[in-house]
Design a protein around this ligand. Structure first.
Ligand code: HPA
Length: 286
């Protein structure tokens, strides 16, 4: 198990300085691109690509489908920074390593971060190829990135997924003629997929989609006062929902099919969201 550093804020400063030295883009919107969803960076005007290995302390994603670079540029004149690839708890990383990338986006000045992921559909009305806007999450990883680190620990997670950003996602989807469902996302530790009984439990908890990312990032971003939006690309019916066998290659193939739709949604969403007054501090007194 790695740990970013004994001095997390110093690591973040060093990473942030390195990025600022290499680019003049001052991003206001951050995007995190999940498994197989990295093609969005082709939409950036004036792109600058920084491999994670050139950014001090930035963890390397170990999973196929995660490129491992920070892409900066503009979308509809909005300065954007994209993490093309993320780290996961199931790779053996600590929570603070998993959220290092989104903390970097916050320290670069992003006041909005849009998270994307590949997820299994728990709800019967979610089928492979659907996009689901996250309205809330259930963190079942057993981990929290705020444990034992500096910064306010008691973060208000009511409306963790910013209501105005959710409205702007629906507006962007309508404008682009894209069907956008919405629901609750459960974040699991992984890396094995769920059992059918676990999926049954998730359904009874009110969960609509399940995956292995996003929840820790959302918590860290709320601590940083960044407004969070998230969208799931539904790549499969969750275990036991349709009798199919789950495998990562299949998840990636469906992610490939969905990524054009997701890219169009993100482009429109960024345009609408950047005009909105969002983001407020997520901390409350103990
Ligand atoms: N479960 C967990 N993570 C996932 C799934 C799933 O069914 N599909 C894509 N990521």
């Amino acid at each position: 198990m790695d740990r970013v550093h004994d001095e997390p804020s110093q690591c973040l400063d060093e990473a942030s300085w390195a990025v600022r030295r290499l680019t003049t883009t001052a991003p206001v919107v951050g995007v995190v691109l999940g498994s197989g969803l990295g093609a969005f960076v082709d939409e950036l005007a004036g792109p600058v690509m920084l491999p994670y290995r050139e950014i001090p302390h930035m963890p390397q994603p170990g999973v196929r489908g995660h490129a491992g670079q920070l892409a900066l540029g503009t979308v509809s004149s909005v300065p954007v920074a994209c993490l093309q690839g993320r780290s996961h708890l199931y790779e053996g990383h600590t929570p603070d390593t998993v959220v290092f990338g989104v903390r970097l986006l916050a320290s670069l000045g992003c006041r909005i971060v849009l998270l994307t992921n590949a997820a299994g559909g728990v709800g019967v009305d979610l089928v492979p190829g659907d996009l689901m806007l996250v309205v809330d999450h259930v963190n079942l990883t057993g981990q929290n990135p705020l444990v034992g680190l500096p910064g306010p620990p008691f973060i208000d997670m009511t409306d963790a997924y910013d209501p105005r950003l959710r409205e702007s996602a629906h507006r962007a989807a309508r404008d682009a003629g894209i069907a956008l469902k919405e629901g609750v996302y459960a974040g699991m530790l992984g890396p094995s997929y769920e059992t059918a009984a676990e999926v049954q439990m998730l359904a009874s908890l009110g969960v609509h989609a399940v995956g292995m990312s996003t929840v820790l990032e959302a918590i860290a971003l709320r601590q940083a006062g960044v407004a969070v939006g998230a969208v799931c690309a539904i790549t499969n019916a969750a275990a036991g929902r349709d009798g199919a066998i789950l495998d990562h290659a299949h998840v990636q193939r469906v992610a490939d099919l969905v990524r054009d739709k997701l890219t169009r949604l993100l482009c429109g969403w960024i345009g609408v969201a950047a005009d909105e007054p969002v983001a407020r501090p997520g901390s409350t007194p103990a």
